[in-house]
Ligand binder design. Structure first.
Ligand code: GLU
Length: 512
Protein backbone atom coordinates (compact mmCIF):
# COMPACT_ATOMS: atom_id res chain seq x y z
CA UNK A 1 0.00 0.00 0.00
CA UNK A 2 2.65 2.49 1.09
CA UNK A 3 4.60 2.03 -2.13
CA UNK A 4 1.70 2.66 -4.46
CA UNK A 5 1.60 5.92 -6.34
CA UNK A 6 -0.92 8.20 -4.66
CA UNK A 7 -4.09 8.43 -6.72
CA UNK A 8 -7.18 10.25 -5.50
CA UNK A 9 -10.40 11.27 -7.14
CA UNK A 10 -13.20 13.76 -6.91
CA UNK A 11 -16.37 11.93 -7.86
CA UNK A 12 -19.35 14.27 -7.99
CA UNK A 13 -22.77 13.30 -9.28
CA UNK A 14 -24.09 15.75 -11.87
CA UNK A 15 -27.29 16.36 -9.96
CA UNK A 16 -26.95 20.14 -9.79
CA UNK A 17 -24.37 22.84 -9.27
CA UNK A 18 -21.33 22.14 -7.15
CA UNK A 19 -21.78 23.43 -3.63
CA UNK A 20 -18.71 25.05 -2.07
CA UNK A 21 -18.39 22.02 0.20
CA UNK A 22 -17.87 20.00 -2.96
CA UNK A 23 -15.20 22.40 -4.13
CA UNK A 24 -13.44 21.97 -0.79
CA UNK A 25 -13.51 18.18 -1.23
CA UNK A 26 -11.99 18.58 -4.70
CA UNK A 27 -9.40 20.99 -3.32
CA UNK A 28 -8.28 18.70 -0.48
CA UNK A 29 -7.99 15.81 -2.92
CA UNK A 30 -5.94 17.97 -5.27
CA UNK A 31 -3.65 19.25 -2.51
CA UNK A 32 -3.11 15.76 -1.18
CA UNK A 33 -2.28 14.36 -4.62
CA UNK A 34 0.14 17.16 -5.46
CA UNK A 35 1.79 17.01 -2.06
CA UNK A 36 2.56 13.35 -2.60
CA UNK A 37 3.50 13.66 -6.26
CA UNK A 38 0.43 11.66 -7.23
CA UNK A 39 -2.59 11.94 -9.50
CA UNK A 40 -5.91 13.66 -9.07
CA UNK A 41 -8.85 12.33 -11.10
CA UNK A 42 -12.27 13.71 -11.90
CA UNK A 43 -14.89 10.99 -12.22
CA UNK A 44 -18.49 11.81 -13.01
CA UNK A 45 -20.85 9.51 -11.10
CA UNK A 46 -23.97 9.64 -13.21
CA UNK A 47 -25.51 6.23 -12.62
CA UNK A 48 -28.69 7.71 -11.21
CA UNK A 49 -30.35 8.83 -14.41
CA UNK A 50 -33.40 10.15 -12.54
CA UNK A 51 -31.34 12.80 -10.81
CA UNK A 52 -29.33 13.84 -13.83
CA UNK A 53 -29.38 17.61 -14.37
CA UNK A 54 -28.36 18.98 -17.77
CA UNK A 55 -25.45 21.38 -17.58
CA UNK A 56 -24.29 20.18 -14.16
CA UNK A 57 -21.25 18.33 -15.53
CA UNK A 58 -20.09 21.35 -17.50
CA UNK A 59 -20.67 23.46 -14.42
CA UNK A 60 -18.44 21.19 -12.32
CA UNK A 61 -15.64 21.36 -14.90
CA UNK A 62 -15.87 25.12 -15.23
CA UNK A 63 -15.89 25.59 -11.46
CA UNK A 64 -12.75 23.50 -11.01
CA UNK A 65 -11.01 25.42 -13.77
CA UNK A 66 -11.99 28.74 -12.23
CA UNK A 67 -10.53 27.56 -8.91
CA UNK A 68 -7.29 26.44 -10.60
CA UNK A 69 -7.90 22.89 -9.47
CA UNK A 70 -6.81 20.89 -12.48
CA UNK A 71 -7.37 17.13 -12.55
CA UNK A 72 -4.63 15.06 -14.18
CA UNK A 73 -7.21 12.72 -15.66
CA UNK A 74 -10.93 12.82 -16.13
CA UNK A 75 -14.00 14.16 -17.84
CA UNK A 76 -13.21 17.54 -19.36
CA UNK A 77 -9.49 17.13 -18.73
CA UNK A 78 -6.78 14.79 -19.99
CA UNK A 79 -7.78 11.27 -20.96
CA UNK A 80 -5.72 8.93 -18.75
CA UNK A 81 -5.33 5.15 -18.88
CA UNK A 82 -8.39 4.43 -16.78
CA UNK A 83 -11.14 5.96 -18.91
CA UNK A 84 -13.89 6.43 -19.60
CA UNK A 85 -14.33 8.61 -16.53
CA UNK A 86 -18.07 9.02 -16.83
CA UNK A 87 -19.83 6.10 -15.14
CA UNK A 88 -22.70 5.96 -17.63
CA UNK A 89 -20.07 5.15 -20.27
CA UNK A 90 -18.68 2.36 -18.10
CA UNK A 91 -22.05 0.65 -17.77
CA UNK A 92 -20.99 -2.72 -19.26
CA UNK A 93 -18.14 -3.04 -16.74
CA UNK A 94 -20.19 -3.35 -13.59
CA UNK A 95 -22.44 -6.35 -14.14
CA UNK A 96 -19.63 -8.90 -13.97
CA UNK A 97 -18.77 -7.76 -10.44
CA UNK A 98 -22.38 -7.96 -9.28
CA UNK A 99 -22.51 -11.47 -10.70
CA UNK A 100 -19.23 -12.37 -9.07
CA UNK A 101 -20.75 -11.39 -5.73
CA UNK A 102 -23.79 -13.57 -6.39
CA UNK A 103 -21.55 -16.53 -7.23
CA UNK A 104 -19.55 -16.12 -4.04
CA UNK A 105 -22.78 -15.92 -2.02
CA UNK A 106 -22.39 -12.30 -1.02
CA UNK A 107 -25.19 -10.89 -3.11
CA UNK A 108 -28.55 -12.13 -4.37
CA UNK A 109 -31.35 -11.43 -6.83
CA UNK A 110 -34.43 -9.75 -5.38
CA UNK A 111 -37.70 -9.70 -7.32
CA UNK A 112 -39.83 -7.72 -4.90
CA UNK A 113 -42.13 -5.16 -6.42
CA UNK A 114 -42.64 -1.67 -5.02
CA UNK A 115 -45.86 -2.95 -3.44
CA UNK A 116 -44.03 -5.89 -1.81
CA UNK A 117 -41.53 -3.48 -0.27
CA UNK A 118 -44.28 -1.14 0.86
CA UNK A 119 -46.18 -4.02 2.42
CA UNK A 120 -43.05 -5.16 4.29
CA UNK A 121 -42.49 -1.68 5.69
CA UNK A 122 -46.09 -1.29 6.79
CA UNK A 123 -46.02 -4.70 8.47
CA UNK A 124 -42.81 -3.94 10.35
CA UNK A 125 -43.91 -0.45 11.35
CA UNK A 126 -47.12 -1.89 12.75
CA UNK A 127 -45.00 -4.33 14.76
CA UNK A 128 -43.10 -1.41 16.27
CA UNK A 129 -39.93 -1.43 14.14
CA UNK A 130 -38.89 2.22 13.86
CA UNK A 131 -36.93 2.06 10.62
CA UNK A 132 -37.90 -1.04 8.67
CA UNK A 133 -35.15 -2.32 6.40
CA UNK A 134 -34.45 -5.06 3.91
CA UNK A 135 -31.86 -6.90 5.98
CA UNK A 136 -30.57 -10.22 7.27
CA UNK A 137 -33.87 -10.88 9.02
CA UNK A 138 -36.48 -9.43 6.69
CA UNK A 139 -34.88 -10.86 3.55
CA UNK A 140 -36.04 -14.28 4.73
CA UNK A 141 -39.65 -13.42 4.05
CA UNK A 142 -39.15 -11.58 0.75
CA UNK A 143 -39.03 -12.64 -2.90
CA UNK A 144 -35.40 -13.27 -3.59
CA UNK A 145 -32.92 -15.91 -4.66
CA UNK A 146 -32.33 -16.82 -1.00
CA UNK A 147 -35.96 -17.75 -0.40
CA UNK A 148 -36.83 -19.08 -3.89
CA UNK A 149 -35.66 -22.37 -5.30
CA UNK A 150 -33.00 -22.30 -8.00
CA UNK A 151 -35.60 -23.30 -10.59
CA UNK A 152 -37.91 -20.50 -9.58
CA UNK A 153 -35.06 -17.98 -9.81
CA UNK A 154 -33.99 -19.22 -13.23
CA UNK A 155 -37.56 -19.18 -14.46
CA UNK A 156 -38.05 -15.57 -13.38
CA UNK A 157 -34.76 -14.51 -14.89
CA UNK A 158 -35.62 -16.24 -18.18
CA UNK A 159 -39.02 -14.60 -18.23
CA UNK A 160 -37.25 -11.29 -17.98
CA UNK A 161 -38.88 -10.33 -14.70
CA UNK A 162 -37.56 -7.15 -13.14
CA UNK A 163 -35.01 -7.69 -10.40
CA UNK A 164 -32.32 -5.92 -8.47
CA UNK A 165 -29.13 -7.37 -7.02
CA UNK A 166 -28.75 -6.82 -3.31
CA UNK A 167 -25.74 -7.12 -1.08
CA UNK A 168 -26.00 -9.91 1.48
CA UNK A 169 -24.87 -8.19 4.65
CA UNK A 170 -23.55 -10.68 7.23
CA UNK A 171 -25.80 -11.15 10.21
CA UNK A 172 -23.54 -10.67 13.16
CA UNK A 173 -20.26 -9.01 12.45
CA UNK A 174 -18.34 -5.92 13.45
CA UNK A 175 -17.02 -3.98 10.50
CA UNK A 176 -14.03 -1.81 11.27
CA UNK A 177 -12.28 0.82 9.27
CA UNK A 178 -9.48 3.18 10.09
CA UNK A 179 -10.38 6.67 8.95
CA UNK A 180 -7.39 9.02 8.67
CA UNK A 181 -9.38 11.88 10.20
CA UNK A 182 -11.70 10.06 12.58
CA UNK A 183 -9.65 7.10 13.73
CA UNK A 184 -11.33 3.72 14.11
CA UNK A 185 -14.93 3.55 12.98
CA UNK A 186 -16.78 0.41 14.03
CA UNK A 187 -20.23 -0.52 12.80
CA UNK A 188 -22.20 -3.64 13.65
CA UNK A 189 -23.64 -5.36 10.62
CA UNK A 190 -27.06 -5.54 12.30
CA UNK A 191 -27.22 -1.78 11.72
CA UNK A 192 -26.79 -2.23 7.98
CA UNK A 193 -29.31 -3.07 5.30
CA UNK A 194 -28.99 -5.16 2.17
CA UNK A 195 -28.26 -2.27 -0.16
CA UNK A 196 -29.15 -2.54 -3.81
CA UNK A 197 -25.97 -2.88 -5.87
CA UNK A 198 -27.47 -3.29 -9.28
CA UNK A 199 -30.76 -1.81 -10.43
CA UNK A 200 -33.52 -3.11 -12.65
CA UNK A 201 -32.51 -0.59 -15.34
CA UNK A 202 -29.19 -2.39 -15.75
CA UNK A 203 -27.25 0.34 -13.99
CA UNK A 204 -25.13 -0.19 -10.91
CA UNK A 205 -25.96 1.89 -7.85
CA UNK A 206 -23.51 4.39 -6.44
CA UNK A 207 -22.01 1.84 -4.02
CA UNK A 208 -21.04 -0.80 -6.56
CA UNK A 209 -19.91 1.62 -9.25
CA UNK A 210 -17.92 3.69 -6.78
CA UNK A 211 -16.01 0.74 -5.34
CA UNK A 212 -15.42 -0.95 -8.70
CA UNK A 213 -14.13 2.27 -10.20
CA UNK A 214 -11.93 3.14 -7.26
CA UNK A 215 -10.39 -0.29 -7.63
CA UNK A 216 -10.03 -0.18 -11.43
CA UNK A 217 -8.63 3.35 -11.27
CA UNK A 218 -6.08 2.32 -8.60
CA UNK A 219 -7.35 4.87 -6.10
CA UNK A 220 -5.23 4.85 -2.94
CA UNK A 221 -7.12 7.36 -0.78
CA UNK A 222 -10.82 8.16 -0.69
CA UNK A 223 -11.21 11.72 0.56
CA UNK A 224 -14.86 12.73 0.67
CA UNK A 225 -17.55 14.42 2.72
CA UNK A 226 -18.72 13.14 6.07
CA UNK A 227 -22.13 12.30 4.63
CA UNK A 228 -20.52 9.26 3.01
CA UNK A 229 -19.20 7.83 6.27
CA UNK A 230 -22.31 5.63 6.79
CA UNK A 231 -21.61 4.03 3.39
CA UNK A 232 -17.99 3.24 4.19
CA UNK A 233 -18.60 -0.08 6.07
CA UNK A 234 -20.54 -1.35 3.06
CA UNK A 235 -17.65 -0.36 0.83
CA UNK A 236 -15.23 -2.18 3.12
CA UNK A 237 -17.34 -5.33 2.75
CA UNK A 238 -17.42 -4.93 -1.02
CA UNK A 239 -13.62 -4.76 -1.15
CA UNK A 240 -13.47 -7.88 1.00
CA UNK A 241 -16.02 -9.90 -0.99
CA UNK A 242 -14.53 -8.90 -4.32
CA UNK A 243 -11.13 -10.08 -3.08
CA UNK A 244 -9.57 -6.62 -3.27
CA UNK A 245 -8.79 -6.01 0.39
CA UNK A 246 -5.09 -5.63 -0.36
CA UNK A 247 -5.88 -2.74 -2.65
CA UNK A 248 -8.49 -1.11 -0.47
CA UNK A 249 -7.96 2.68 -0.35
CA UNK A 250 -7.53 4.51 2.92
CA UNK A 251 -10.53 6.59 3.91
CA UNK A 252 -10.67 10.19 5.06
CA UNK A 253 -14.11 11.69 5.73
CA UNK A 254 -14.09 15.49 5.80
CA UNK A 255 -16.06 17.49 8.36
CA UNK A 256 -19.25 19.28 7.39
CA UNK A 257 -19.40 22.91 6.38
CA UNK A 258 -21.73 24.65 8.82
CA UNK A 259 -23.89 27.73 8.56
CA UNK A 260 -22.27 30.91 9.97
CA UNK A 261 -24.15 30.52 13.28
CA UNK A 262 -22.96 26.93 13.57
CA UNK A 263 -26.54 25.66 13.46
CA UNK A 264 -26.50 22.85 10.97
CA UNK A 265 -25.07 22.06 7.63
CA UNK A 266 -24.61 24.80 5.04
CA UNK A 267 -26.95 23.56 2.37
CA UNK A 268 -27.52 24.46 -1.24
CA UNK A 269 -30.74 26.17 -0.24
CA UNK A 270 -29.04 28.45 2.30
CA UNK A 271 -27.04 30.44 -0.19
CA UNK A 272 -28.60 33.65 -1.26
CA UNK A 273 -31.09 33.41 1.59
CA UNK A 274 -28.30 34.08 4.11
CA UNK A 275 -26.84 36.86 2.01
CA UNK A 276 -23.92 35.09 0.37
CA UNK A 277 -23.37 32.61 -2.46
CA UNK A 278 -22.87 28.92 -1.72
CA UNK A 279 -21.75 28.17 -5.27
CA UNK A 280 -18.38 28.92 -6.87
CA UNK A 281 -19.92 30.28 -10.05
CA UNK A 282 -23.40 31.42 -10.94
CA UNK A 283 -25.98 28.74 -11.68
CA UNK A 284 -29.22 29.08 -13.55
CA UNK A 285 -31.71 26.45 -12.49
CA UNK A 286 -33.81 25.55 -15.48
CA UNK A 287 -36.49 23.82 -13.46
CA UNK A 288 -37.25 26.72 -11.12
CA UNK A 289 -35.98 29.40 -13.51
CA UNK A 290 -33.98 30.82 -10.64
CA UNK A 291 -30.42 32.10 -10.75
CA UNK A 292 -28.14 31.31 -7.83
CA UNK A 293 -25.25 33.66 -7.30
CA UNK A 294 -21.62 32.59 -7.48
CA UNK A 295 -18.35 33.81 -6.00
CA UNK A 296 -16.91 34.45 -9.44
CA UNK A 297 -19.69 36.81 -10.48
CA UNK A 298 -19.65 38.54 -7.10
CA UNK A 299 -16.11 39.60 -7.91
CA UNK A 300 -14.08 37.23 -5.75
CA UNK A 301 -10.61 36.22 -6.85
CA UNK A 302 -10.43 32.45 -7.24
CA UNK A 303 -7.21 32.46 -5.19
CA UNK A 304 -9.00 34.15 -2.29
CA UNK A 305 -11.95 31.76 -2.51
CA UNK A 306 -9.64 28.74 -2.56
CA UNK A 307 -7.49 30.09 0.28
CA UNK A 308 -10.62 30.61 2.40
CA UNK A 309 -11.92 27.12 1.60
CA UNK A 310 -8.59 25.51 2.43
CA UNK A 311 -8.89 26.72 6.02
CA UNK A 312 -12.47 25.54 6.47
CA UNK A 313 -11.72 22.29 8.20
CA UNK A 314 -7.94 22.21 7.92
CA UNK A 315 -5.41 24.18 9.92
CA UNK A 316 -1.73 24.56 9.15
CA UNK A 317 -0.72 24.50 12.83
CA UNK A 318 0.68 28.04 12.51
CA UNK A 319 -0.88 31.49 12.39
CA UNK A 320 -0.31 31.84 8.65
CA UNK A 321 -3.54 32.63 6.83
CA UNK A 322 -2.53 33.66 3.33
CA UNK A 323 -1.42 30.70 1.23
CA UNK A 324 -0.68 30.42 -2.45
CA UNK A 325 -1.72 27.13 -4.05
CA UNK A 326 1.89 25.92 -3.89
CA UNK A 327 2.14 26.84 -0.22
CA UNK A 328 -1.08 24.94 0.43
CA UNK A 329 0.30 21.91 -1.36
CA UNK A 330 3.46 22.05 0.75
CA UNK A 331 1.63 22.54 4.05
CA UNK A 332 -1.40 20.29 3.58
CA UNK A 333 -1.90 17.08 5.50
CA UNK A 334 -5.00 15.03 6.23
CA UNK A 335 -3.83 14.63 9.82
CA UNK A 336 -4.48 18.33 10.32
CA UNK A 337 -8.07 18.15 9.11
CA UNK A 338 -10.49 18.61 12.01
CA UNK A 339 -13.17 16.16 12.96
CA UNK A 340 -15.74 18.76 13.88
CA UNK A 341 -17.73 20.88 11.44
CA UNK A 342 -16.27 24.11 10.10
CA UNK A 343 -18.33 27.29 10.34
CA UNK A 344 -18.47 29.32 7.19
CA UNK A 345 -17.73 33.01 7.65
CA UNK A 346 -18.64 35.36 4.81
CA UNK A 347 -16.97 38.39 6.39
CA UNK A 348 -13.73 36.44 6.58
CA UNK A 349 -14.17 35.44 2.95
CA UNK A 350 -14.34 39.11 2.03
CA UNK A 351 -11.28 39.76 4.17
CA UNK A 352 -9.38 37.20 2.10
CA UNK A 353 -10.46 38.94 -1.05
CA UNK A 354 -9.24 42.25 0.29
CA UNK A 355 -5.85 40.74 1.06
CA UNK A 356 -5.55 39.30 -2.43
CA UNK A 357 -6.64 42.57 -3.99
CA UNK A 358 -3.87 44.37 -2.12
CA UNK A 359 -1.33 41.85 -3.31
CA UNK A 360 -2.19 42.42 -6.98
CA UNK A 361 -0.03 44.81 -8.96
CA UNK A 362 -1.64 48.09 -10.01
CA UNK A 363 -1.30 47.03 -13.64
CA UNK A 364 -3.10 43.76 -13.16
CA UNK A 365 -5.89 45.43 -11.18
CA UNK A 366 -6.19 48.00 -13.95
CA UNK A 367 -6.68 45.24 -16.48
CA UNK A 368 -9.59 43.90 -14.42
CA UNK A 369 -11.06 47.33 -13.79
CA UNK A 370 -10.85 48.51 -17.38
CA UNK A 371 -13.92 46.63 -18.70
CA UNK A 372 -16.08 48.18 -15.94
CA UNK A 373 -14.86 51.66 -16.88
CA UNK A 374 -15.38 51.05 -20.59
CA UNK A 375 -18.91 49.83 -19.86
CA UNK A 376 -19.56 53.27 -18.46
CA UNK A 377 -18.48 54.94 -21.65
CA UNK A 378 -15.13 56.24 -20.44
CA UNK A 379 -11.79 55.28 -21.98
CA UNK A 380 -8.86 56.47 -19.89
CA UNK A 381 -5.25 55.43 -20.48
CA UNK A 382 -4.08 52.16 -18.91
CA UNK A 383 -1.38 53.99 -17.03
CA UNK A 384 -3.92 56.33 -15.46
CA UNK A 385 -6.20 53.43 -14.41
CA UNK A 386 -3.21 51.70 -12.82
CA UNK A 387 -2.44 54.80 -10.78
CA UNK A 388 -6.05 55.00 -9.60
CA UNK A 389 -5.83 51.35 -8.57
CA UNK A 390 -2.68 52.13 -6.63
CA UNK A 391 -4.46 54.86 -4.69
CA UNK A 392 -7.68 52.91 -4.14
CA UNK A 393 -6.58 49.38 -3.46
CA UNK A 394 -6.18 49.77 0.29
CA UNK A 395 -9.83 50.77 0.52
CA UNK A 396 -11.40 48.15 -1.76
CA UNK A 397 -12.60 44.60 -1.20
CA UNK A 398 -13.55 44.00 -4.83
CA UNK A 399 -12.22 45.43 -8.07
CA UNK A 400 -15.64 46.94 -8.71
CA UNK A 401 -15.33 48.94 -5.45
CA UNK A 402 -12.55 50.91 -7.10
CA UNK A 403 -15.05 52.08 -9.69
CA UNK A 404 -17.94 52.52 -7.27
CA UNK A 405 -15.95 54.48 -4.73
CA UNK A 406 -13.58 56.16 -7.14
CA UNK A 407 -15.68 57.24 -10.11
CA UNK A 408 -14.51 60.80 -9.55
CA UNK A 409 -11.10 59.83 -10.90
CA UNK A 410 -12.70 59.31 -14.27
CA UNK A 411 -15.50 61.82 -14.34
CA UNK A 412 -16.18 65.05 -12.42
CA UNK A 413 -18.71 64.66 -9.60
CA UNK A 414 -22.28 65.60 -10.39
CA UNK A 415 -23.41 65.60 -6.79
CA UNK A 416 -21.80 66.62 -3.54
CA UNK A 417 -22.28 64.58 -0.39
CA UNK A 418 -25.14 66.25 1.46
CA UNK A 419 -24.03 65.42 4.96
CA UNK A 420 -20.51 66.77 4.46
CA UNK A 421 -21.95 69.88 2.88
CA UNK A 422 -24.26 70.55 5.81
CA UNK A 423 -21.58 69.82 8.39
CA UNK A 424 -18.51 71.38 6.81
CA UNK A 425 -19.61 74.10 4.43
CA UNK A 426 -19.43 77.32 6.47
CA UNK A 427 -20.11 80.91 5.32
CA UNK A 428 -16.39 81.52 4.66
CA UNK A 429 -15.69 78.19 2.96
CA UNK A 430 -16.20 79.41 -0.60
CA UNK A 431 -13.81 82.29 -0.17
CA UNK A 432 -11.20 80.05 1.38
CA UNK A 433 -11.51 77.50 -1.39
CA UNK A 434 -11.25 80.08 -4.13
CA UNK A 435 -8.07 81.40 -2.53
CA UNK A 436 -6.72 77.88 -2.28
CA UNK A 437 -7.60 77.27 -5.92
CA UNK A 438 -5.70 80.42 -6.90
CA UNK A 439 -2.63 79.04 -5.18
CA UNK A 440 -3.01 75.75 -7.03
CA UNK A 441 -3.24 77.59 -10.32
CA UNK A 442 0.25 78.94 -9.95
CA UNK A 443 1.95 76.21 -7.97
CA UNK A 444 5.24 75.47 -9.71
CA UNK A 445 5.36 71.77 -9.02
CA UNK A 446 2.01 69.92 -9.04
CA UNK A 447 3.25 66.87 -7.17
CA UNK A 448 1.58 65.42 -4.04
CA UNK A 449 4.39 66.62 -1.78
CA UNK A 450 4.43 70.11 -3.13
CA UNK A 451 0.61 70.40 -3.00
CA UNK A 452 0.69 69.20 0.59
CA UNK A 453 3.34 71.75 1.54
CA UNK A 454 1.41 74.55 -0.16
CA UNK A 455 -1.72 73.47 1.67
CA UNK A 456 0.00 73.58 5.05
CA UNK A 457 1.43 77.01 4.29
CA UNK A 458 -1.99 78.20 3.22
CA UNK A 459 -3.57 77.04 6.50
CA UNK A 460 -0.90 78.84 8.44
CA UNK A 461 -1.28 82.09 6.59
CA UNK A 462 -5.06 81.96 6.92
CA UNK A 463 -4.84 80.81 10.54
CA UNK A 464 -7.42 78.10 9.99
CA UNK A 465 -7.36 74.46 10.98
CA UNK A 466 -7.04 71.56 8.60
CA UNK A 467 -10.71 70.68 9.17
CA UNK A 468 -11.96 73.98 7.79
CA UNK A 469 -10.57 73.41 4.30
CA UNK A 470 -9.53 69.82 3.72
CA UNK A 471 -12.98 68.24 3.70
CA UNK A 472 -14.58 71.01 1.62
CA UNK A 473 -11.61 70.67 -0.78
CA UNK A 474 -12.34 66.95 -1.00
CA UNK A 475 -16.02 67.58 -1.50
CA UNK A 476 -15.45 69.92 -4.44
CA UNK A 477 -13.00 67.66 -6.22
CA UNK A 478 -14.51 64.24 -5.51
CA UNK A 479 -18.07 64.88 -4.35
CA UNK A 480 -17.37 62.43 -1.50
CA UNK A 481 -16.56 62.69 2.18
CA UNK A 482 -13.75 60.13 2.26
CA UNK A 483 -11.07 58.67 0.04
CA UNK A 484 -7.32 58.52 -0.47
CA UNK A 485 -5.05 61.50 0.21
CA UNK A 486 -6.32 64.68 -1.47
CA UNK A 487 -2.77 65.55 -2.46
CA UNK A 488 -2.38 62.26 -4.31
CA UNK A 489 -5.78 62.64 -5.94
CA UNK A 490 -5.05 66.21 -7.03
CA UNK A 491 -1.66 65.38 -8.49
CA UNK A 492 -3.18 62.51 -10.45
CA UNK A 493 -6.11 64.52 -11.78
CA UNK A 494 -3.86 67.39 -12.76
CA UNK A 495 -3.99 71.10 -12.17
CA UNK A 496 -6.52 72.01 -14.83
CA UNK A 497 -9.08 69.46 -13.75
CA UNK A 498 -8.75 70.24 -10.04
CA UNK A 499 -9.08 73.96 -10.59
CA UNK A 500 -12.12 73.50 -12.83
CA UNK A 501 -13.78 71.20 -10.33
CA UNK A 502 -13.30 73.59 -7.43
CA UNK A 503 -14.68 76.48 -9.43
CA UNK A 504 -17.73 74.56 -10.55
CA UNK A 505 -18.46 73.06 -7.13
CA UNK A 506 -18.25 76.37 -5.33
CA UNK A 507 -20.76 77.78 -7.77
CA UNK A 508 -23.15 74.84 -7.50
CA UNK A 509 -22.95 74.55 -3.72
CA UNK A 510 -23.39 78.28 -3.14
CA UNK A 511 -26.50 78.21 -5.30
CA UNK A 512 -28.09 75.40 -3.30
N1 GLU B 1 -20.89 10.47 -6.16
C1 GLU B 1 -20.65 10.76 -4.79
C2 GLU B 1 -20.98 12.23 -4.56
O1 GLU B 1 -21.76 12.74 -5.28
C3 GLU B 1 -19.21 10.43 -4.45
C4 GLU B 1 -18.93 10.12 -3.04
C5 GLU B 1 -17.53 9.53 -2.93
O2 GLU B 1 -16.60 10.34 -3.10
O3 GLU B 1 -17.39 8.36 -2.75
O4 GLU B 1 -20.49 12.91 -3.71
Amino acid sequence: MENRRVRVRFAPSPTGPLHMGGVRTALYNYLFAKKHGGDFLLRIEDTDQNRFVPGAEQYIIESLKWCNIFPDEGVGFAEGDCGPYRQSERKPMYREYAEKLILSGNAYYAFDTTEDLEEMRTRLSAAGVSSPQYNAITRQSMKNSLTFSEDEVNKRLQEGQAYVIRMKIPRNEEIKLLDIIRGWVVVHSSQMDDKVLFKSDGMPTYHLANVVDDYLMSITHVIRGEEWLPSAPLHVLLYRYLGWEEKMPQFAHLPLLLKPDGNGKLSKRDGDRLGFPVFPIEWYDQASEETYSGYREKGFFPQAFVNMLSLLGWNPGTTQEIFSMQELIDAFSLERVNKSGAKFDFEKTKWFNQQYLRMESNESLAEKLKPIILENGIAPKDEFIAKVCGLMKERATFVKDIWNEGQYFFTAPKEYDREVRIKKWKPDTSVLLIEWKNILMVLADFSPLSIEQAFKDFLEVKKVGMGAVLLPFRLTVTGAGAGPSMFDISALLGREEVVARIEKAVEVIELQ
